[in-house]
Design a protein around this ligand. Structure first.
Ligand SMILES: [Zn+2]
Ligand SMILES: [Zn+2]
Length: 172
């Protein structure tokens, strides 16, 4: 039985949320009801979710939530490494690394690259260690110390690409 006003998420989402709860408990932080709901909504969103989409989707179960409340919840989820912010879209995606692969190591600091499809709006998260290392080498070569180095590649995903277009990687 779900309590009145509780959020109904798909079983797969519930599983990921349970995983997130374990990770938070291990780090001594609390995945409050609102944070949990916001994370669930981000997980279930087929496209990166903007703060205002999330506000609208919180309404049925949580009533009118003030924007700062949602921003604080998003801030928390970002700090815990459970979601990422896609700067180009001002929107959020769940971190596949932490949630779907059940990695339980330290939350922050993992480097990721994002492939953003400009046709369907889907975002794919990559963890290419070589790309991250190349970027670190290149910036160090300039004596530059980046705070973050998130790659956001804009293009067309395999599902949206016309069938005849070759998606082969060109030779270096
Ligand atoms: Zn991630
Ligand atoms: Zn696409």
């Amino acid at each position: 039985m779900t309590e009145p006003g509780a959020d109904v998420f798909a079983p797969e989402t519930q599983e990921l949320l349970a995983c997130a709860e374990v990770q938070c408990a291990r780090r001594g932080v609390r995945l409050t009801k609102l944070r949990r709901t916001v994370l669930g909504l981000v997980i279930e969103s087929p496209r990166p979710a903007g703060a205002y989409d999330l506000l609208a989707r919180l309404e049925p179960a949580h009533g009118h939530a003030a924007p700062p409340t949602v921003y604080r919840a998003l801030e928390f989820l970002l700090e815990e490494g459970l979601i990422h912010r896609i700067e180009r879209l001002s929107a959020y995606v769940a971190c596949v690394h932490h949630l779907q692969h059940h990695h339980h190591e330290a939350a922050t600091g993992h480097t990721a690259q994002f492939l953003i499809c400009r046709t369907c709006g889907r975002v794919t998260e990559l963890h290419d260690a070589e790309l991250a290392a190349a970027l670190a080498r290149a910036t160090a070569g300039q004596g530059f110390r980046p705070d973050s180095a998130t790659v956001e590649a804009l293009g067309v995903c395999i599902g949206c690409a016309p069938a005849k277009v070759s998606l082969a990687v060109p030779p270096p």
